[in-house]
Design a protein. Structure first.
Length: 165
């Protein structure tokens, strides 16, 4: 498996889960699962990519590309944080889910157009080939350290809103 294939798979999986969050026909159980999938997937992906690519920060031609990827992940994590604080199904929820999906889409395009070609150009074949295994291993390690969210029910949000009023 190639490093670019692993990155693309993560980006596509995140896009699918984010699209499901925006589907008005999504059930509460699917919504919980998708939101947790986005949280776990985004966190594991961002951490693994940061750790694996951080090894190449001394290569001046890659430093800007790596910094851009890191900044994109931080923006995505911030957008995820604002999403989970919104009431599911609300206008704010939809706006925040759209924003996060756009951030993931832009990051994926940037990786395809700039980061991956830059890595191929400035790394040896052996170093580039080793990225896939290092990324897959680190992503699994990150996932192993994460915990799924406690079950949250949409009715719990409604009850919390009623109490706040």
């Amino acid at each position: 498996m190639d490093f670019s294939t692993l990155l693309q798979r993560d980006h596509v999986d995140l896009q699918k889960e984010l699209t499901l969050l925006l589907d008005p026909m999504t059930t509460a159980a699917e919504l919980r699962g998708s939101l947790d999938g986005v949280r776990l997937g985004l966190t594991a992906h961002a951490e693994a990519e940061d750790i694996v690519l951080g090894r190449f920060e001394g290569i001046s031609q890659l430093e800007v590309l790596i910094a851009q990827a890191r900044a994109a992940h931080l923006a995505q994590e911030g957008a995820l944080s604002t999403l989970v604080s919104a009431r599911p199904g609300s206008a704010a929820w939809r706006d925040r889910a759209h924003h996060l999906r756009d951030l993931v889409h832009r990051h994926a395009a940037q990786a395809e157009q700039l980061l991956l070609p830059g890595l191929r150009l400035h790394l040896s074949r052996e170093a580039y080939a080793a990225l896939a295994g290092a990324f897959a291993t680190e992503r699994l390690r990150q996932l192993a350290m994460l915990q799924p969210s406690a079950p949250v029910y949409i009715s719990d949000f409604a009850l919390a809103d009623a109490r706040a009023s």
